[in-house]
Write a protein that binds this ligand. Structure first.
Ligand code: SF4
Length: 375
């Protein structure tokens, strides 16, 4: 299944459905689920709905019916990624550190980089992916706020790909003092669970994510498609530096896209690549020392996470376009569209983390990558 679409050949799809059922049935476990941005515009296809149909409320309701104790959104930590990565980029620009800055939120791309572009790892952001920022916060921040022993918390994420399963098993992903993410379900696996218990998905009422780590902005939503991370980051960077809002970038969703973005006196050359073949073209330029870019976003799957290897099948470009349009419509209709304006992210910094890039943020939200044998 994965081999046709998973960008990292070494990663195979191993179902974690049984593990999650066991956790849900265990009365001593407090089971938390986070859902990646793209899922709300893709899982409907598993229930006969058109690609791109936005089913956020039904998704939340279905997860509650399955027995999860709290239903949160990875968009919350996507907003947090923007805070951390935005400040990291600003620090590089202001202190003449090596550029281009290359994004790190796609574990498929990261694994490919570790095998094939290890010489460029210093350019890659140290920010963890939103999945891996979220889970250690559940076992520290949420545990503290809710007065629950983190040893009894079980964290599940619903993700668009199998690369997220590999990522959660990386040995360093234990910054909470426990395994940060306990299980990862792909979109298809979650749909199978919903069908297994006979939930009538299409007729579910809309439900809301739980507070504390369920609030998100439009910037967090567009992480699910190629170009989204860049647009989300520049919304925050531009406003922090100039007080002016960013015009829509409209980078498009196929292949390599580029833009010149004026931020005050600064001209930021950005490039966005989805698909590893496209990424390699940009990276070879960086390696050769003739890249003009300051910021490069890479997503391993063509179209980004809406085209991930764990998404509903069959898929084609038209469906992926519609899924991306679904996410864009959510962003457009959100009241808050900039990560730094997420009130729950502000609360997290005020009550727990302090500042972006400060000690606690560094420990829980950043990581390091390592060279692996070439493949
Ligand atoms: Fe996973 Fe998204 Fe990266 Fe594809 S683009 S490997 S779905 S994180």
């Amino acid at each position: 299944q994965c081999a046709t679409v998973c960008p990292v050949g070494a990663i195979t799809e191993v179902s974690e459905i049984d593990k999650v059922w066991h956790a849900l049935e265990d009365p001593d476990k407090h089971v938390i689920v986070q859902t990646a941005p793209a899922i709300q515009a893709t899982i409907g296809e598993e229930f006969g709905l058109e690609a791109g149909t936005v089913v956020t409320g039904k998704l939340v309701n279905a997860l509650r019916k399955l027995g999860f104790d709290r239903v949160f959104s990875t968009e919350f930590s996507a907003d947090l990624t923007i805070m951390e990565e935005g400040y990291e980029f600003l620090d590089k620009v202001e202190n003449n550190k090596p550029l281009p800055h290359i994004t790190s939120c796609c574990p498929g791309w990261i694994k490919y980089a570790e095998h094939n572009y290890a010489d460029l790892l210093d350019n890659v952001s140290t920010a963890k992916s939103p999945q891996q920022m979220f889970s250690p916060l559940v076992k520290t921040y949420y545990a503290e706020k809710s007065d629950i022993d983190p040893a009894n918390i079980y964290t599940v994420s619903v993700m668009p790909c199998t690369a997220k399963k590999f990522e959660k098993d990386r040995e360093e992903m234990v910054d909470s003092g426990y395994k940060d993410t306990d299980a990862v379900l792909t979109t298809r696996e979650l749909a199978r669970m919903i069908k297994e218990v006979g939930i009538d998905f299409n007729n579910l009422a809309d439900d809301e994510y739980d507070e504390l780590m369920g609030k998100s902005t439009g910037a967090g939503t567009i992480f699910g498609t190629t170009g989204g991370v860049t647009e989300a980051a520049l919304r925050t960077v531009k406003e922090k530096l100039t007080g002016e809002p960013l015009e829509r970038l409209n980078l498009g969703i196929r292949g390599i896209k580029e833009a010149e973005v004026e931020i005050g006196d600064l001209v930021v050359n950005v490039a966005v690549a989805s698909g590893l073949g496209n990424a390699a073209k940009l990276l070879d330029e960086v390696r050769a020392g003739n890249s003009k870019y300051h910021w490069i976003e890479i997503m391993a799957c063509p179209h980004g996470c809406v085209g991930g290897g764990g998404q509903p099948l069959p898929v084609n470009n038209e469906k992926k376009d519609k899924r991306a349009e679904g996410l864009a419509s959510i962003d457009k209709n959100k009241y808050v569209r900039k990560s730094h304006e997420n009130p729950m992210v502000q609360k997290l910094y005020d009550d727990f983390l302090g500042e972006p890039l400060a000690d606690k943020s560094h420990k829980l939200l950043h990581t390091h990558f390592k060279a692996r044998a070439k493949n």
